[in-house]
Structure formats: structure tokens, C-alpha cells
Design a protein around this ligand. Structure first.
Ligand SMILES: Nc1nc2c(ncn2[C@@H]2O[C@H](COP(=O)(O)OP(=O)(O)OP(=O)(O)O)[C@@H](O)[C@H]2O)c(=O)[nH]1
Ligand SMILES: [Zn+2]
Length: 362
């Protein structure tokens, strides 16, 4: 489905409510005390704050109070970042400390860390009341959100396609008592009201989830479904094809800021140990009581996790998901050489076992 961004285009004021509350241009862009307290009054006038709306090869598209420009590449910034714009030397603009940051390791050799998006307030983790619904997948996104210091909210779509969506919502609620769960029909008027709490003016939100769960439908719903003609923002890629612009922050007139990037949709779990620990804080706390610090919670003596499992204090399926998520994160976070090392160690182990077996046969 093509996302309809026409309401976000410059000059579009159709979604503006008649009596919008007065709010500074910066606040509407997400400016708040967390950023303001990082600078003094002189810096504020000499180097005005601007927010990065998009990142292109040619530079950074930034907006601020009466400012809208493309500055050359230089500052190590990503979509959503706040910069103190150095008018004389834009590439020296300072990046303000982030309230949240989504990053990932680049595929390929050096596996450098790539910045995906900064200063997102809410990550809507979208799934549907159908076979897409999967606790392990939801947990992966929740851990990523926690790791990036973003508040996750689970959005369950397609409630209209099942007789009773309640069991889905109930299962989603078992994942964490710190995560809100919203169940809705993504088409129509429901989302704007149901998600209003997180989509107030000046808030920055993003949707993640598998293909087809309703992210575009929700995006369009938040923009007020104002435009009738579908008019996605597009740019030509190197091969002359039209592709939806990557890494864009779209200010919804009179509303929140919406981040839509393919990089966000394909989030992989890497370097998210802290987020996993936060999501599974009860199991982490148990594990602190294991005899060995590197306990794998399998057959080790003095394993507090196994003991809790035996006494029924831990749900086996959840424990299995925790261990799998940790293993996935460790593997994805390892450098290439570390992975090779692991492969070598594994190969050596396999060869050792085979030697042992053939010797026994003789
Ligand atoms: N009945 C019903 N259909 C829905 C709902 N949410 C989404 N759909 C439909 O599901 C299809 C896929 O929705 P999209 O919004 O394109 O899904 P997406 O997550 O953006 O998918 P990608 O762009 O592939 O990532 C569309 O035909 C929507 O109309 C819902 O709550 N109820
Ligand atoms: Zn243990």
C-alpha cells in the first residue's frame, strides 16, 4: 500500500484544526526541556536549534523556527536529531544529546554501527489478530524499544476480522506490565482517537511490524486521511526507479511527527542486551542468584533459574524465548572475526566428537 503523505507536504494546512493551541514552532517540532537544558541562551541565538527531517547523500534537510534548509553532510546526525545550526560552518553544527536512539550494525565486513533514528518518543509495535501474532517477535521489538529508550506500545490491528480479539490482547498484555496494548480496526476513525495519547503535537512516533499488518493504514489514519488523491513523497533512485524516500520525519499538521523509514521496518536485534534485560527483568534478577556468573541456566549446579522453573515460578516457554533472544543478540552483535572464531571452535568441537566416535568404533 502506498502511504499518503500529501497532508505532510509543505503548504498543506488542511489538517490544521481551526483553533490550534498556540505553540512555538520549535515545540511543534519536538523541542522540549530535555534539549533546551543542554544549551545556554547565547548558544540558542547564535546557533539556532534545527531538527533533521531527512538524510540524503547531499546533506541533511533541517527545519527550525523560520529555518528550512539543506546543510552539507558533516554532522554525525540521523533523522530526528536536534542540531545547533552553525550558520557560518554548517558542517560543524553540534548534535544535541539524544533522548532516544535506534541504531543497527551494517551488514557486510566492518559491521559499522548505523544510526537509524533519534529522539523517537513512541514506537508502535504493530501486529494483527491473525497468524502474524507472535509473542517472540513482539518481544524482540519491545527489547529493541527498551534498548533505544523509547516507550513501546503494542497495536493489534484487524480486530474486525476475528469474532473475539480479546484473547490476542490478553496474550500481548502478558509480555510486560509496562507496555500498553491497543486493539483496533486500523481502517477508519478508530486509530486517531485510540492513539491520541501518544500522538500529541510535538511527539515523535514510528510504526514497526511485519509487512501487511497495517502500518501504512495507521500512518494515513494519523494524518487525518485528509487527502483524497494518493501522493506519496518519492524520489528517483540511481537506477531511475521511483522509490519512497528513505528516512523521513513527517510533521503532521497540528499533530505529531511521524518517522517512516525502511530501516525501521527491518530492525534486527543487535547490541540490545540492555533492552532484553529490561524486558525480562524478573528472569535477570533470578539469574543473579545462580552460582556461576556465566550460568547458561541449563544443567549447571546452583542454577537459580532452573530451581524457579522446577518450583513453577517461571513459565518454560517464556524462559525459552528469553534464552533464544539473548543468543540471537549475542550472535548478531558479534564481530565477523568473533563469529569466525565461534565457527572455528564449533568445527573443532565437531571434529573432536567425530574422532572420538570413530575411535570407539574401532
Ligand atoms: N479489515 C482490516 N484490514 C486492515 C486492517 N489494517 C490493515 N488492513 C488492510 O491490510 C492491508 C495491508 O495494510 P498496510 O497498511 O498496507 O500494511 P503495512 O504494514 O503498511 O504493510 P507494508 O507496507 O508491506 O509494510 C491493506 O489492505 C489494509 O487495508 C484492519 O484493522 N482491518
Ligand atoms: Zn542459571
Amino acid at each position: 500500500m502506498v502511504r499518503d503523505y500529501s497532508a505532510f507536504l509543505p503548504g498543506s494546512s488542511k489538517a490544521q484544526p481551526a483553533a490550534a493551541p498556540a505553540r512555538s514552532a520549535l515545540e511543534a517540532l519536538g523541542w522540549r526541556p530535555f534539549f533546551a537544558q543542554q544549551i545556554d541562551a547565547t548558544a540558542l541565538t547564535e546557533t539556532p536549534p534545527v531538527r533533521v527531517l531527512s538524510v540524503h547523500r547531499g546533506g541533511l534537510q533541517v527545519v527550525g523556527d523560520g529555518i528550512e534548509e539543506l546543510i552539507p553532510p558533516g554532522p554525525e546526525a540521523t533523522v530526528g536529531d536536534w542540531l545547533l545550526l552553525d550558520r557560518a560552518l554548517p558542517r560543524n553544527s553540534r548534535v544535541l544529546e539524544r533522548a532516544s536512539l535506534v541504531k543497527r550494525r551494517a551488514p557486510g565486513h566492518d559491521r559499522q554501527v548505523q544510526l537509524i533514528a533519534a529522539n523517537i518518543d513512541t514506537l508502535f509495535v504493530v501486529t494483527s489478530c491473525n497468524q502474524d501474532f507472535n509473542l517472540a517477535r513482539l518481544e524482540r521489538y519491545l527489547a529493541l524499544a527498551f534498548d533505544a529508550e523509547i516507550e513501546p506500545v503494542i497495536v493489534l490491528t484487524k480486530t474486525d476480522l476475528v469474532t473475539d480479539p480479546a484473547p490476542y490482547a490478553a496474550e500481548a498484555r502478558t509480555l510486560s506490565d509496562r507496555v500498553a496494548v491497543v486493539a483496533l480496526d486500523a481502517r477508519g476513525a478508530a486509530p486517531a482517537a485510540a492513539l491520541a495519547d501518544w500522538c500529541r503535537p510535538g511527539r515523535t512516533v514510528a510504526f514497526v511490524g511485519s509487512s501487511g499488518v497495517g502500518k501504512s493504514t495507521l500512518t494515513n489514519a494519523l494524518s487525518g486521511n485528509q487527502a483524497i488523491a494518493t501522493q506519496a513523497i518519492r524520489e528517483d533512485d540511481a537506477k531511475g526507479r521511483h522509490t519512497t524516500t528513505h528516512r523521513e520525519l513527517h510533521p503532521v499538521p497540528g499533530g505529531c511527527l511521524l518517522l517512516d523509514t525502511p530501516g525501521m521496518r527491518e530492525l534486527q536485534l543487535t547490541d540490545a542486551a540492555a533492552g532484553i534485560a529490561e524486558l525480562f527483568e524478573d528472569l535477570e534478577a533470578l539469574a543473579a542468584g545462580c552460582r556461576f556468573r556465566d550460568c547458561q541456566h541449563e544443567t549447571e549446579p546452583g542454577c537459580a533459574v532452573q530451581a524457579a522453573l522446577d518450583s513453577g515460578g517461571v513459565e518454560p516457554a517464556r524462559l525459552a524465548r528469553w534464552r533464544k533472544l539473548k543468543a540471537e543478540d549475542a550472535f548478531n552483535s558479534a564481530s565477523l572475526s568473533e563469529r569466525r572464531g565461534k565457527d572455528r571452535a564449533f568445527g573443532k568441537m565437531v571434529r573432536g566428537v567425530m574422532k572420538e566416535t570413530s575411535r570407539r568404533k574401532r
